[in-house]
Design a protein around this ligand. Structure first.
Ligand code: UDX
Length: 428
């Protein structure tokens, strides 16, 4: 099939790369000319495992361009993967999507399937369909399918090739359309859910909200664990073995971040309130998350009298391992707060860099350099590299003896065997 993917962000690039790997001819479009130029030269602007190899391997079938009109009419399927960021009030900025939709429609000369992959609040696909009708675009020129993605950064290619489910939201039942979808995702074996637009939109939001709720739930339980002298990893294991609960997303830490959970929870909560509903659970999930990092910051304040004379090493800048993404990163928020309180911070991350506003903070080339003379080491992102560090060496490098495992990823016994004090999240 000929496919056109609009938007060369991480969803668009992953989608384009995997579809070309399946054997389709894919054109990926972005209005950012610089980004397109570097993609044409084989440079991938984000770090995502295996993405560069996949793009390279399929370069005969995968093209990057900023020329929308010529690509639209070569394609049978147009996939919208443009960004839908948050506005200051928590609502979703749909202007890029609307603009891209109109651009597409303006150039449409023959029937196309238009799939919306961008995450959009409930009601958006129906509103877009209505808008296109109101603008007089012929209804027989296109079909609109909501096809949300569930890709995790750091394992996006794997998640696209081996999804837990594929969701289609349709305006009405349409077997031909579903047949085309099957061809698009040929070779990808997953349960298929067919529902209406709002159903598809809500599956996406409810999934992210539920996962975020699991994290905030275990973080709240971690607070109880600290109070009553329990280990939250034991509690997580104990509840996770119940098949109805499941073991994943129960790792306590300094909270969730990234480009999806914070934005999607705010957006769903905003949309609910805007429609006269009370998002009680969603708001609680967000409020636990907002206070989680602070609890551990206060713990550090209580440990040291004067933070301004302290040197703290922070291992991890990215919002999670295997990505260079720092959007809404709890690690960055932690570093920022320590800096604001006058701490000398030295940070290390295998892939991510400190944001522009924190460039005055030293970012070291190795974790060992960051820990040199540190009064405290904080592990703020659970990169595998940190688990395997030589903590005995770290003890020699550090001035102080404490390690705050703000992601509960270290083995306390190993840390203690290195003559260091282990402080975890809800651990004894
Ligand atoms: C998420 C969803 O998982 C994905 O399906 C959706 O398409 C996009 O949003 P992503 O943002 O890449 O993916 O990261 P994810 O792996 O879900 O982690 C999100 C945050 O939660 C990270 O900050 C991570 O450190 C944190 N987390 C995750 C925890 O604190 N504890 C856990 O047990 C799991």
């Amino acid at each position: 099939m000929n496919v056109c993917v609009i938007g060369a962000g991480y969803v668009g690039l992953t989608t384009a790369a995997v579809l070309s790997d399946i054997g389709h001819h894919v054109t990926c479009i972005d209005q950012d000319i610089k980004k397109i130029a570097s993609l044409q030269n084989g440079y991938i602007p984000i770090f995502e495992p295996d993405l560069e190899d996949c793009v390279q391997k399929n370069k005969s079938r995968l093209r990057f361009t900023d020329d929308l009109p010529s690509c639209i009419n070569h394609a049978e399927i147009i996939i919208m993967a443009v960004g839908t960021p948050s506005l200051p009030d928590g609502s979703t900025n749909l202007s890029f999507l609307y603009k891209a939709m109109i651009d597409v429609m303006e150039h449409l000369a023959s029937y196309k399937i238009i799939m919306i992959k961008s995450t959009v609040p409930p009601g958006t696909n129906a509103a877009i369909l209505q808008l296109l009708k109101d603008k007089g675009y012929q209804r027989d020129l296109f079909d609109l399918v909501s096809n949300p993605e569930f890709l995790r950064e750091g394992s996006a290619l794997h998640d696209m090739k081996f999804p837990d489910r594929i969701v289609y939201g349709l305006a009405k039942e349409n077997e031909d359309l579903l047949g085309q979808m099957k061809e698009l995702y040929r070779g990808i074996d997953a349960p298929v859910i067919v529902t209406n637009y709002a159903g598809a939109e809500l599956i996406k939001y409810a999934s992210n909200a539920f996962l975020a709720a699991k994290i905030s739930f275990i973080n709240e339980i971690a607070r109880f664990c600290e109070q009553f002298g329990a280990d939250v990893t034991h509690v997580a294991k104990g509840i996770g073995l119940d098949a109805r609960i499941g073991p994943s997303f129960l790792q306590a830490g300094i909270g969730y971040g990234g480009s999806c959970f914070p934005k999607d929870l705010k957006s769903l909560s905003f949309t609910a309130k805007d429609n006269g509903l009370q998002p009680l659970i969603l708001d609680a999930v967000q409020s636990v998350n907002a206070s989680q990092m602070n609890i551990y910051f206060e713990k550090i304040r209580a440990m040291f009298q004067d933070l301004s004379s302290m040197k703290i090493a922070v291992l991890g800048i990215a919002f999670k391992p295997n990505t260079d993404d720092i959007r809404e990163s709890p690690a960055v928020a932690f570093i920022k707060k320590l800096h604001e309180y006058g701490c000398t911070v030295s940070a290390y991350d295998p892939k991510a860099s400190l944001p522009e506003e924190l460039r005055m903070i030293v970012q070291t080339e190795t974790p060992e350099d960051a820990m040199l003379d540190a009064d405290l080491t904080v592990v703020a992102t659970d990169w595998k590299q940190f688990i395997g560090l030589d903590w005995k060496q770290a003890r020699i490098k550090m001035k102080g003896r404490s390690v705050l495992d703000a992601r509960n990823c270290l083995d306390p016994d190993i840390i203690r065997a290195a003559d260091l004090n282990y402080i975890g999240v809800g651990r004894i």
